[in-house]
Each structure stands twice: as C-alpha cells, then as structure tokens.
Ligand binder design. Sequence first.
Ligand SMILES: *Cc1c(COP(=O)(O)O)cnc(C)c1O
Length: 368
Amino acid sequence: MKVPFNVLRPQYLMFKEEYDRAVLEALDSGWYVLGEKVSQFEREFADYVGVRHCVSLNSGLDALVLAFRALGIMEGDEVIVPANTYIASVLGVTENGATPIFIEPDKFYNIDPTKIEEAITKRTKAILPVHLYGQPARIEEIMVIAEKYNLFVVEDCAQAHGATINGKNIGTFGDINCFSFFPTKNLGAFGDAGAIVTDNEELAEKMRKLRNYGSVKKYYHEIEGVNSRLDEIQAALLSAKLKHMTELEDDRRRVAEKYLEEITNPLIGLPKIKEGFKHVWHLFVVKCNQRDELQRYLSDNGIGTQIHYPVPPHLSGAYERFGYKKGDFPITEDYADTVLSLPLYNGMTDEEADYVIEKINMFKGVSV
Ligand SMILES: *Cc1c(COP(=O)(O)O)cnc(C)c1O
C-alpha cells in the first residue's frame, strides 16, 4: 500500500459538484476581481470566526505583512515571535523593516508565554502568536501580557481555522488576525488566498485600502498600497467549502484520533493537547529521537511524511544578517531535529490510516 503525505484531489471530489458550479457561476458573472462573491465570502468568514470584519487578500503572507503595516509597525520596532514557526510568520515582521524577537516554544510546540515578558523592551510594539499545527497558542496568557505592556497582538491563524479555547474561536483575541487559504490549509482555496479578520472598523478600512493600491474609491489613492485582491472564482470556491467546514474538520479528527489511540510505539512521542483547547489537526506531528531513520523507514514502506520545519527561521539563510547561531534556541532546534508530520488529509481512508499505524508500531529504531 502507498500512503502519500497529502493529496488534494480527494477533498475536491468530496464536494465536486458544488465546486464546479461555483466556478462556472463566477465565470458566467462577467466580474472577476473584488466583486459580489468576494463580499459574500468576507461576510461568511467573519461570521464563521465570530468577528465584525474580514478583508480578503492574495495570501496568508500578505495578510501578515499588511496587518503589521496597518498597525504602523516599522523599522526600529520589535515584534515578539515564536522561534518555532513557518518563516512566513516572521516575514510579516521583517517585510516592514521591524525586528523579530524569537521566543522558545512550550511542549505544545507553540510560543511559551512564560518567556515573553523578559524579552519586552522599549521598542517592543506587538506579539505574534502562531497557532501552529492546528492547536491554539496560549493566547489568554499572551493577552494579559499585551495589556500590561500596551502591545498589539496579531494572531497567525494560517494553520488553525476553527480552533477554539474553551469554545472561543482563535482569530477573535488579537487586534488583527491573519488567515491563509493556501490549498493545503484546513480551509483551502484552489489557488493562493488569504484574509485578515478584526473587530476594529478603522483597521478593516485601512486593510481595504492597502490591498487595492491605497484606494477604496477608484483612482483616489489615499495611502501607498499594494495589489493583494482576491478573485471571484477563489471566493466562490471558498464559500462553497466553508459550508462544509464542520464535516471537513471532523474528517481530519477521525484520522488524528485513530493515530492518538492506536500508535503505541514507545519511540514515538504523540502530540499533547492542552485542556480546553480544540486542536483542528492541520498537521499530525510526532516526535522521535531517530526521526531521520523513522522517515526513511516509512518512505521504504510507501508512506510519505514531511518535516515542519527542518530549519528554524533564526538559522535560515534568509535571516543570516541577525547573526544567530546553533544553540541560541535549543528547544526549537531540538524540535527541528526530531519532529515528523504523518499523512493527514481530507478524504484519507481508515485503511490508509491503519496501514500507517501498523508500520509505525513496527518501527524498531536502529541501535547506535
Ligand atoms: C501557510 C502559512 C502562512 C502563509 O500563508 P500563504 O497563504 O502561504 O502565504 C503563514 N503562517 C503560517 C503559520 C502558515 O502555515
């Protein structure tokens, strides 16, 4: 049997007729960028998250870059970021010329709130919690710190559509919060797409200008903007998929719960879930001291896996200029050396999950 790490065709086939109809309707409408379908999706997604405003954009990275721009964060400012994250989170900060201050993760792989306060300086303007792999970061603790020091909070929700803390949705805590709808995300478009959500009318208005060359009224350019508009076809597809989010979420949970219950190999560290937190299983990440051997063994057995992420941002070539070296963030670096993401996607069968479980439980490791 072969089990790929991720494939997108099965999730398309789940609701094919609805997607096909959405695309044809958008084509037939004769209006292709920032139209009725975009407005409709923005209303629906704001309702889904439980906020007043959603402004759709080209990508999750644009959401991050423009969110910090809307908050006025620039060169000379510092933003607290998780050391254990995808580089896009950090690019949102550095694209605006601001400096990222990295914080080590907790045992849930998310930013450790107990290590934030000691990193705050006079230059600190904001905190960027990332809800990594689909589990909320400990944002309630972060909000207390933000309030105490009068800092903005920008949530990176790119991997956690629908995740909650005691029933409250992520994306409703920070000042302006960012989503990606990249095809592999839990709510994925069929191309690039992203959005910000906020309760702040002024910030929403600023984002609407920033995404469209600085103008809301055609050819009146009030601020320096960019082109980060969502097109009607993607908006229509996102609306069609959003209707099925509960089903899609449960479908991922089915596989994740099987893994949690049935993977019993003591060499494999299973993900931990914080009490009261709803994990939406963007990724199922295990920890193994013989990670590379495990990955090779699974690959030899036809099972695809990935590493999220092999090189932490502080050690990446992109940020060489900050002068970090190996050993600066040992917990993050340990995760980079030991984590492995197992196959998990909408439309994955129980048989495929059973096969992955069987092979993982048979992994003996190698004597060193
Ligand atoms: C995917 C992702 C992004 C960027 O989203 P794009 O739509 O690919 O630009 C940002 N942050 C995190 C944590 C992500 O996983």
